[in-house]
Design a protein around this ligand. Structure first.
Ligand code: GMT
Length: 378
């Protein structure tokens, strides 16, 4: 490359979801570090409508609607169409590394690309993100197809130790994946004083796609207990299939104007710093990107001890953890937190420290080292 970096292809979903956000963040950061980056997706992933210098977007279809769905159902024709597009970009741009985010359906697409290009294939890397392992990977038909596709990659990465162990077990991987945790752009996520100086009601915030895996009704019941017991507000960001159930659980505080329904927002960096505690109630999270974004905004997290969450949030240091399903215990933790400004200051500072350890400067070089490693090997 003229710029002295690598020529990297990134393959990702187009929706508002963690794996696409990570791919888009990686694209921007790699380009800023002098690499030539080509993002291939069904349509433009959110955040790349105006790509920065060094990033080019190649899309399969022209419709750029913002979606909160992960579209994992592709027809064979669509998969071939995507593989054809990827192969042509790889050849034309002489890509050295092809790196997918989320195994379904991209592990198969990459397999097809490798078959098409033979000797001229790039090094191939896959990052497993979440339900590609914990939900889809448990379906025998999906697992049988993913196992050989993953085994044929030059490298597999996952976003937490928990997810790495799960993936190794489910897909019987020949070796455990490299764990490269998700990262946060500290120029984008900034903090204001916590607790707020001007004595407004404290704000709980929940950000998700309101799908079952996020257990949004449980979140609503926890928040409902807190709202009933202490002066406070709840901000809900995002939407999804469980939203009507959430609204019915929170009917009274919604009627009282204490719940703000903010809908899908791509600029969460403008909201999070003005909240005081992120409430997570997921059944499973391989990582929980929004928790890291909240922490980078100086906002601690209250979350269940599931998946990769305990690796990110340290109980009593950068947030508070409860046993999955213990809604009463979760509400109690939140109420203790709201009543104790010293605890708020301490956890806010702890959250910021933890987030800084996962800055782009700390994490992106790990992907660069991985690329150098696989290129040395292929
Ligand atoms: O796996 C999913 O359901 C969606 C996926 C996505 O594309 O948003 O989310 C996963 O990847 C994120 C980025 O690495 C993680 O922060 C999320 O924890 C993870 N979701 C789950 O594990 C449920």
């Amino acid at each position: 490359s003229l710029r002295g970096g690598l020529r990297v292809g990134l393959l990702c979903h187009r929706g508002v979801g963690g794996s696409a956000m990570v791919a888009v963040g990686l694209a921007r950061q790699l380009a800023a570090r002098g690499h030539d980056v080509h993002v291939v997706a069904r349509s433009t992933p959110p955040g790349l409508e105006t790509p920065p210098p060094g990033v080019r977007v190649h899309r399969l279809t022209a419709t750029d609607d913002v979606t909160t769905r992960l579209d994992v159902d592709w027809t064979t024709a669509e998969l071939h169409g995507l593989a054809e597009l990827v192969a042509s970009v790889v050849q034309r741009e002489r890509l050295q590394v092809l790196h997918f985010h989320y195994a379904v359906p991209f592990a198969w697409v990459v397999q097809d690309v490798v078959r098409r290009l033979g000797e001229d294939r790039p090094a191939v890397v896959g990052t497993l993100h979440g339900t590609d392992v914990s939900v889809l990977g448990r379906r025998p038909a999906v697992r049988r197809r993913l196992e050989p596709a993953l085994a044929a990659l030059d490298a597999v990465t996952t976003v937490s130790d928990h997810h790495a162990a799960l993936a190794t077990r489910i897909f019987r991987l020949p070796e455990p994946p490299d764990v490269i945790p998700n990262f946060v752009d500290l120029d984008r996520f900034r903090t204001v004083a916590h607790p707020p100086a001007h004595g407004r009601a404290p704000r709980l915030v929940h950000v998700s796609n309101f799908r079952q895996v996020k257990r949004p009704e449980s979140m609503a019941r926890i928040a409902g207990r807190v709202l009933a017991a202490a002066p406070s507000e709840l901000w809900l960001v995002g939407t999804g299939e469980r939203m009507p159930a959430v609204e019915s659980i929170l009917e009274d505080p919604i009627a009282d104007g204490r719940v703000r329904l903010l809908g899908v927002r791509l600029d969460v960096e403008n909201l999070l710093p003005h909240t005081d505690l992120l409430l997570v109630s997921s059944r499973m999270e391989s990582f929980c990107l929004v928790a890291l974004e909240a922490m980078a905004s100086g906002v601690p997290v209250v979350a269940p001890r599931v998946g990769g969450l305990p690796e990110l949030v340290e109980h009593g240091i950068s947030g508070l953890l409860f046993e999955p399903g213990d809604e009463e215990g979760a509400a109690r933790l939140v109420l203790v937190y709201l009543a104790d400004p010293a605890l708020q200051r301490r956890l806010s500072a702890g959250a910021l420290t933890r987030a800084r350890s996962l800055s782009t400067a700390a994490v992106i070089p790990r992907y660069e080292r991985l690329y150098a490693d696989v290129l040395g090997r292929t």
